[in-house]
Unconditional design. Structure first.
Ligand code: WTA
Length: 655
């Protein structure tokens, strides 16, 4: 009961910006006024003031063929120049762009001048390898500076990067390489994680054996010093090519709608979608939100976003947002608890981090460890905290603000997606009163609504489906190679008529009496584990691909630390009954199998071996009932099951 009262009290708690913070804040009410007065002119203005254009644009938005938007489309710019050269030309070459910290404790400080140089060299090397505008380059790297350099070098050439998170398996990497027909892969021998070197190049080798053969070259950074195989017709060392390449490179401007990157994400089907982002609009909104949501003062802040560059948060808020603003940031290679549980706080102290952006799952695991660990470090430099990836529960919000932030600094909860490219819903620090647990309000220039299942807007207080009602600059421009899937998945939820063209986010949301938005999690078969999106269907098809499996059903069960956890129910093939006698062993084997097929992040927390799955008369698996079981709840209404006694049988097997 007490916990419930606490919860309720916290939910209605509000925090006004302190006058000192507000006085120095980058953002002000005027941003909302300007966006309300003329949304398109507001974005045009941001694009002109935040970015350097080789050729100025005269058109802001072309929405004549929805849902295919074009922003600033007669303008030209070079994204890498915007992140690098122009800062050096403005006299900021000596400013540190990246304070890199390796997991074992080695470190490097890289200035804007040095980073620009390195990107030019890498661009020259990629050109030598035949990479041209529009070509795809896959990047499979640990969190080392070369990851940032590679992305920017690809962007500089007008080529398209596809970063694949280093935790993905050879199969996942191969399917992404094939889908995008990448001609070059950039990787490392290995990287540090949890105190050990994890190999990457061997995974690339294995992926390329499986792949269709578009890859001509593999560029390898030496990091782990681990033993690797070498194909001298194909493989090149970074330190023998990039390091010796010329640092002269003339960048050319590309059209604002020139593709910048593809990033794969899980959807409701088994096949990951290649989300496509383009240049001018993406960079405008990434730069705008970086500056205003994080109250960035590039001349004095030290910013740290803990996301891996393999995810959208790493793209927009490790690479493009901070660098477009000329910020100084920390880049950390390893895990939060290596070699000791205070590692993150040691880094905050060491570099004097002022702005920290991380995920609720991390905050909750620190809460579990207790406040004495962060209290051993000086965290007084922190002046703003951010959260992303999943709903942050009010308890975690309060803990974050008090224990990490010292009790009085703003915490911004930012809602957005791979598809939206940049932050869409968030308080503006110094302007908005903060409310723990709520992502609050759309950023200026973004139009959000909550609809019923039939597409009617929910007036005032109430819950429903989250939609974006107007195009926004950093919106996805498509799914690589699949325009139909793009339309169906995101734009035709409420019908295909032009007046129903609205972006369906796949999230449930509620508006409270103040108009603040609360995110309620996914409404489709997408799970959110530690802030990472995983597809139910993808894990099911991986389980079914195992020779022992006859049928599989996967659900996302709520988990105290990771938000959700993957729980699978598997029926083994009758033909395997003699071979597989120990269910515990079978379950272990299947967990391992998913980790090898997709990647360790997809490894189910539990695999239950059962004889039956709950199905409706039409044969549809009722995941809702399995979720009840996985969460240890009483099983809900079973009347629509073909056989209503099935759940008792399954419950007995699971317990
Ligand atoms: C969830 C990550 C609640 C949501 C940037 C969304 C959130 C999915 C929040 C996108 C938040 C992200 N509050 N839920 N502040 N931020 N989500 O593509 O379900 O990896 O649809 O992008 O994460 O995940 P993605």
């Amino acid at each position: 009961m007490n916990a419930q009262i606490d919860h309720a009290l916290e939910e209605i708690r509000r925090f006004r910006p302190s006058p000192e913070f507000a006085a120095q804040a980058v953002a002000d009410e005027g941003l909302y006024d300007a966006a309300r007065a003329d949304r398109l002119e507001f974005w045009a203005d941001q694009a002109r003031t935040l970015l350097q254009w080789e050729k100025p644009f005269t058109r802001t938005l072309d929405w004549s063929n929805p849902p295919f938007a074009k922003w600033f489309d007669d303008g030209e710019l070079n994204v890498a120049v915007n992140c690098l050269d122009r800062h050096v030309e403005a006299g900021l070459g000596d400013r540190v762009a990246i304070h890199w910290e390796g997991e074992p404790g080695d470190s490097r400080a890289i200035t804007y001048a040095e980073l620009t140089d390195e990107v030019k060299r890498a661009a020259n090397t990629l050109t030598d390898l035949g990479v041209r505008s529009g070509d795809r380059v896959a990047i499979y790297l640990p969190m080392i500076p070369e990851a940032v350099v590679s992305m920017l070098a690809v962007a500089r050439l007008g080529a398209i990067h596809s970063v694949v998170f280093g935790g993905f398996s050879a199969d996942s990497l191969a399917s992404r390489i094939d889908d995008a027909e990448a001609s070059v892969v950039i990787t490392a021998d290995g990287g540090y994680r949890k105190g050990r070197v994890f190999p990457l190049k061997p995974v690339v080798d294995e992926a390329l054996e499986k792949s269709a053969g578009s890859v001509r070259n593999v560029l390898v950074v030496k990091r782990g010093e681990n033993e690797i195989g070498w194909n001298s017709d194909r493989d090149l060392w970074w330190h023998e090519t990039v390091a010796t390449a010329s640092n002269e490179h003339e960048a050319q401007g590309f059209e604002a709608e020139h593709p910048l990157f593809i990033l794969y994400t899980s959807g409701t089907t088994g096949k990951p979608k290649g989300i496509l982002h383009t240049s001018g609009g993406y960079l405008t909104q990434a730069a705008f939100t970086q500056k205003n949501v994080f109250d960035l003062h590039p001349e004095r802040d030290v910013y740290w976003c803990t996301a891996d560059v393999g995810w959208i948060t790493g793209h927009s808020y490790v690479v493009y947002g901070p660098l477009a603003n000329g910020a100084t940031q920390v880049l950390y290679e390893g895990t939060p608890d290596t070699p000791h549980p205070g590692r993150w706080w040691e880094i905050v102290e060491k570099y004097g981090v002022t702005i920290l952006y991380t995920a609720p799952t991390a905050i909750r695991s620190f809460m579990k460890l207790g406040r004495q660990i962060p209290h051993e470090y000086n965290l007084r430099t922190l002046r703003l905290l951010g959260s992303v990836g999943e709903p942050i529960n009010p308890e975690a919000w309060i803990w974050y603000r008090h224990v990490i932030g010292g009790g009085s600094i703003p915490v911004v909860d930012t809602w957005w997606q791979t598809e939206t490219g940049a932050i869409m819903i968030s308080a503006l620090p110094g302007v908005t009163d903060l409310k723990p647990g709520s992502a609050q309000v759309p950023v200026p220039g973004v139009s959000i609504d909550i609809l019923d299942d039939d597409g009617t807007a929910v007036e005032g207080e109430g819950g429903g489906l989250l939609v974006v009602t107007e195009p926004w600059p950093s919106m996805l421009r498509g799914i690589w190679g699949d325009p139909e899937r793009f339309k169906e998945t995101y734009w035709e939820k409420f019908g295909a008529a032009p007046d129903k063209t609205m972006y369906f986010a796949g999230d449930g949301a509620r508006r409270d009496e103040d108009g603040d938005i609360w995110l309620l999690g996914r409404v489709d078969d997408v799970m959110n584990v530690s802030g990472h999106r995983l597809s139910t269907a993808e894990i099911e098809s991986s389980l079914v691909a195992h020779p022992w499996t006859a049928e599989a059903a996967v659900v996302g069960a709520s988990d105290e630390t990771t938000g959700q956890a993957v729980v699978a129910f598997v029926i083994l093939k009758a033909s395997q009954a003699e071979r597989v006698t120990d269910p515990a062993e079978a379950s272990e084997e299947l967990r391992r199998h998913v980790a090898t097929q997709i990647g360790a992040i997809a490894r189910p927390r539990q695999v239950f071996i059962v004889n039956e799955l709950p199905k409706t008369r039409s044969g549809k698996i009722m995941r809702r009932l399995l979720r009840d079981l996985a969460e240890g709840r009483e099983v809900g209404d079973t009347t629509t099951l073909a056989d209503t006694s099935i759940m008792q049988v399954i419950s007995a097997q699971v317990r």
